[in-house]
Design a protein around this ligand. Structure first.
Ligand code: FES
Length: 312
C-alpha cells in the first residue's frame, strides 16, 4: 500500500505529524520518502520508506520512536521539482498517491550550480590556454604600434635668419616621415612656430625654470634652457590639435596666436588669452647651430587636457 498525502504519521510511542509531500525515485518510479510535517508549518523531514512499518488506512506507522525523528534530513524544497514540472513516463500508472505535491529530486549536477559553473569556467580556461599560443603572435603584431618608442629624432626646420623681429611668431614648415599603425610609411607636412623671445617673454614661457623633455621610458632626452632666446611651439593647438596662425586682430594692441577652430587666442608667450584651450601652447625641444640652423624634436602632447602628457 502506498502512503497518502495528509495521512497521519505515528512513531512507536506517539503521533508526530502528517504527510505533507511524497518523494519519488525517478528511476524506480517508487515512493522513496515521505515528507513529514509536524502540523505547525515548521520543519518537514524526509523519512525513507524503509522506516515505514505499515500503513493502516490513513495512518502511517513508523518503526522508530519519536525521539529518532531528528536524524532525518530537513526538506530543502529547492532540491526538488514537482511531477507537474517534469514529465516522467509511466509514473502515473505506477503511483497511486492522492493528488498533491509529489516531488522528484533534481539531479545533483543540475542542483549544484556552483559546481556546474566551476566546470564551465574550467572548460573556458582550458580553451583559452590552448588557444593562447595561437592568439599571442597575432595580438603582439596588432598591438605593436601602440608601444612604439617616441620619435626623438632632431629635425632641421630652417634658419633663424628668417626671424626679423623679436617676440613675433614665424612659421617653419617641415616634412616628416610617419608610419601609422599598419599603413605604409608616408611623408607629411608639419609646422612649428618659432620666435626670438625677449627675456620678459622667456620668463612667461618657462616661468623661471628650464623645461625638460623625456622619452617613453621617462629618461631625459633634452632640456630647453630658460635663457635660450629661441622658442619653438608645436604647430598643434592644445585644445583639439588644429593648426593656428600668428594674426593681427582688431581691438587687440598686438598680434596673437589665433586658432580658428574654436577661437582659442594665445599671446606670444603661449599663454591662453581666450577660448577653450586648456593649457598654453606647447614648447618643443629646440637647438640652433652656430650657423643659425634650427632643429626641433617634433614631440606631441595629448590635446584637450590641462597637463602636458607626451603621446608622440
Ligand atoms: S582646436 Fe584650437 S581652439 Fe579648438
Amino acid at each position: 500500500m502506498q502512503p497518502t498525502l495528509k495521512s497521519t504519521v505515528k512513531c512507536t510511542d506517539r503521533e508526530v505529524g502528517e504527510i505533507t509531500r511524497i518523494i519519488v525515485d525517478p528511476l524506480s518510479l517508487e515512493v522513496s520518502h515521505i515528507v513529514v510535517g509536524d502540523g505547525t508549518g515548521g520543519q518537514e523531514r524526509q523519512v525513507p520508506m524503509s522506516e515505514v512499518q505499515q500503513i493502516v488506512g490513513h495512518v502511517v506507522h513508523l518503526r522508530i520512536p519519536s525521539s529518532e525523528m531528528g536524524r532525518f534530513p530537513v526538506l530543502n524544497r529547492d532540491e526538488y521539482v514537482t511531477t507537474h514540472e517534469v514529465e516522467i513516463a509511466h509514473l502515473e500508472e505506477r503511483l497511486h498517491v492522492e493528488p498533491g505535491e509529489v516531488l522528484v529530486p533534481i539531479p545533483d549536477l543540475e542542483r549544484n550550480i556552483k559546481r556546474r559553473t566551476f566546470f564551465t569556467n574550467l572548460t573556458h580556461a582550458i580553451g583559452i590556454l590552448l588557444g593562447l599560443p595561437l592568439i599571442y603572435p597575432v595580438m603582439k603584431y596588432l598591438m605593436k604600434p601602440m608601444y612604439l618608442p617616441y620619435d626623438n629624432r632632431w629635425i632641421k626646420v630652417g634658419n633663424v635668419n628668417r626671424i626679423k623681429v623679436e617676440d613675433t611668431g614665424v612659421q617653419f614648415k617641415f616634412r616628416k616621415k610617419v608610419k601609422e599603425a599598419f599603413m605604409p610609411e608616408v611623408e607629411i607636412l608639419k609646422n612649428v612656430w618659432l620666435l626670438k623671445a625677449t627675456p620678459e617673454v622667456l620668463d612667461e614661457v618657462y616661468k623661471g625654470k628650464d623645461m625638460q623633455f623625456r622619452d617613453s621610458q621617462g629618461s631625459l632626452i633634452w632640456t630647453n634652457n630658460r635663457a635660450f632666446p629661441y622658442v619653438a611651439y608645436s604647430g598643434k593647438c592644445p585644445h583639439l590639435g588644429c593648426g593656428y596662425k600668428w594674426r593681427k586682430v582688431r581691438k587687440l594692441p598686438r598680434e596673437i596666436f589665433l586658432c580658428p577652430c574654436h577661437i582659442s587666442i594665445y599671446d606670444v608667450s603661449g599663454k591662453v588669452l581666450d577660448g577653450p584651450a586648456p593649457r598654453p601652447l606647447d614648447p618643443v625641444p629646440i637647438r640652433v647651430s652656430d650657423n643659425g640652423d634650427v632643429e626641433i624634436i617634433d614631440v606631441e602632447f595629448k590635446a584637450g587636457v590641462r597637463d602636458r602628457i607626451r603621446i608622440l
